[in-house]
Design a protein around this ligand. Structure first.
Ligand code: CP
Length: 307
């Protein structure tokens, strides 16, 4: 099987690698004690944008695998980026200090450029509105575990599709599987971009653009909600888009009993369900999805670092 050197975009994966990573994620999920296969290896986490799940799950994954974590607190403020150092220069230096580097950066394409200069594997933990491929992988793993298949499924992606690196990366991954239908639902100013639509058309994925969440909810297997990313748009665009699409008690039961609500998190008002529904109703999958990130990232680290 082909092995990746870096993991910077979803298109790098094929079905063989995906299912191999899922097999290892299943292994880690089932183990109480994990063999320290990355003993004496160092993972660097270099985050220029805030994160809860991606950073902490990578750091937990590396620690569980017996390795060590080296990090900088808020790289945008406390690394030499604040003195004007480029990401290219930073990576040429810090890739001597670790065996793998996880980077989140505000600029689209920056992590691909960094990977080209790195001496060690680089993982894209989100580059602006570009991609977030390990999120897409854990999303796909969640679909696989919750729905039981990655074919013949209908998915609605809802919210900020223009700036959403998670929906972009997941669309690219879904394009590798048969008979997938995607409905994109967004405000007119936050539509999915043409590069993703062109890719889907080329890979025979049926997609359309809708505006009525209530019409789509009864038909889909997965509804993938996203936050309107205030930090990536002006006040006018935010006002136009925010609050348009919400899942709450008024429409939640339109979903089929076997359907699932997913969300990369954080959520900030686009899902308003009582805690007891979130805890008990199996259709709420987003907290299990976040947990899956740990096992999938353990599998990714093993794939990239263990030779
Ligand atoms: N889903 C996701 O990327 O979450 P964080 O921003 O908390 O890492």
């Amino acid at each position: 099987m082909q092995r990746l050197k870096h993991f910077v975009e979803s298109q790098q994966l094929n079905r063989d690698i995906i299912f191999d990573l899922f097999r290892h994620a299943d292994r880690f999920r089932s183990q109480k004690w994990v063999e320290p296969i990355l003993d004496k290896k160092i993972l660097m986490t270099l985050f220029y944008e805030p994160s809860t799940r991606t950073r902490l799950s990578f750091e937990s994954a590396m620690t569980r695998l017996g390795g060590h974590v080296l990090t900088t607190e808020n790289a945008k403020e406390f690394s030499s980026a604040v003195k004007g150092e480029s990401i290219e220069d930073t990576i040429r230096v810090v890739s001597s200090y670790a065996h793998c580097i996880v980077i989140r950066h505000h600029e689209n394409g920056s992590i691909k450029r960094a990977a080209e200069l790195s001496k060690v594997p680089v993982i894209n933990a989100g580059d602006g509105s570009g991609q977030h491929p390990t999120q897409a992988l854990l999303d796909l793993y969640t679909i696989y575990k919750e729905i039981g298949r990655i074919r013949d499924i209908k998915v609605a992606m809802v919210g900020d599709l223009k700036n959403g690196r998670t929906t972009r990366s997941l669309s690219y991954l879904l394009g590798k599987f048969p008979n997938i239908q995607i409905t994109f639902i967004s405000a007119p100013n936050l539509k999915m971009s043409d590069d993703v639509k062109t890719y889907l058309a080329r890979h025979n994925v049926k997609f359309d653009e809708g505006s009525k969440l209530g019409v789509v909810l009864p038909e889909v297997d997965v509804v993938y909600m996203t936050r309107i990313q205030k930090e990536r748009m002006g006040e006018k665009d935010y006002k136009m888009a925010n609050g348009n699409y919400i899942i709450d008690e008024s429409n939640f039961n339109l979903l089929k009993p076997e359907a699932r609500i997913m969300h990369p998190l954080p959520k900030v008002g686009e899902i308003k369900l009582p805690v007891d529904v979130e805890e008990k109703d199996p259709r709420v999958a987003y907290f299990r999805q976040a947990e899956n990130g740990l096992y999938v990232r353990m599998a990714v680290l093993e794939h990239l670092i263990r030779r």
